[in-house]
Design a protein around this ligand. Structure first.
Ligand SMILES: CC(C)=CCC/C(C)=C/CC/C(C)=C/CC/C(C)=C/CC/C(C)=C/CC/C(C)=C/CC/C(C)=C/COP(=O)(O)OP(=O)(O)O
Ligand code: 1GP
Ligand code: MG
Length: 234
């Protein structure tokens, strides 16, 4: 799983709780992006997750589920991203829900398809920050220390800098990236133009584009070229 994810430079995150037409989904899946992450922080159900998975499954690209709700763990994805929020004091979002999931699904869990992500949530005015009670007011040094705790103490393969809904501090993300030795750094939040996609791609290993798919599809599609074009020039 991690070897596949390390190849990804650009991914779209699609939310089962939001409407997308077949035509728009076709453009997203044929855009040249590296993968589709299915996920969201609220309104995720078993049914809307199955529905979106089966629609994305018509295409050849990898499709993984970012698990955010115990009730919406659906078999049939290529992989499962398991978030652990590093910058919260509420243990439910660090390990509590995970313990319950393992107790519930036990021997059904295909462990080799699971990858843990150390989430650092940085946008105070976002659903995920409110839900998890994350301490979003971090200096660069504090963010780096969370990332290093995830990498070196918890051995997490992925650190996810989450600015969902706003474009983040590229200096902070870049410094965090420089201080990581092994973990793969994913950046997501507020990428709504090709230019922002290019900036984020310079400081992160993988960039994630979410909300803009639903409001300005053409701009969302342009983010792919910004990243994949940059790749073909190197
Ligand atoms: C039966 C079978 C085949 C099972 C498959 C195996 C499997 C996957 C078993 C489960 C194993 C396991 C350990 C699961 C974990 C369960 C769980 C619920 C953990 C908690 C995860 C967590 C910390 C959630 C908090 C929210 C969060 C970090 C969500 C990530 C996604 C995210 C931030 C989306 C952004 O949300 P969005 O809605 O777009 O936000 P905006 O409103 O701001 O746009
Ligand atoms: O929706 P946006 O702001 O693009 O953020 C993408 C992703 O990081 C959300 O989890
Ligand atoms: Mg969103």
């Amino acid at each position: 799983m991690i070897d596949m994810i390390r190849q990804w430079r650009h991914v779209f995150k699609l939310d089962p709780d939001r409407e997308i037409t077949d035509e728009a989904l076709d453009q997203v899946c044929m855009s040249g992006t590296d993968a589709i992450i299915v996920g969201g922080s609220s309104g995720i159900t078993y049914d809307n997750t199955v529905d979106l998975m089966s629609r994305v499954r018509r295409y050849e690209l990898p499709c993984v589920l970012e698990v955010s709700d115990l009730e919406a763990v659906v078999p049939g994805f290529d992989g499962y991203l398991i978030p652990m929020v590093l910058n919260t004091t509420d243990s439910r979002w660090i390990i509590g829900q995970h313990q319950q999931a393992i107790e519930r699904y036990g021997y059904l869990i295909p462990w080799d398809l699971l990858i843990t992500e150390g989430y650092i949530v940085l946008h105070a005015d976002s659903t995920v920050a409110r839900l998890t009670g994350a301490d979003t007011e971090l200096t660069t040094e504090a963010a780096v220390a969370y990332a290093q705790a995830g990498e070196r103490l918890l051995n997490l393969p992925i650190i996810y800098m989450e600015y969902s809904g706003t474009f983040g501090d590229m200096e902070l993300v870049g410094e965090t990236h420089r201080q990581l030795e092994r973990s793969h750094l994913i950046y997501g939040g507020g990428i709504d133009t090709a230019e922002k996609a290019g900036q984020a791609a310079q400081v992160a290993d993988t960039i994630v584009v979410g909300n803009i798919v639903y409001s300005h599809l053409n701009q969302a599609l342009e983010t792919v070229q910004a990243v994949k074009g940059e790749q073909s020039n190197t």
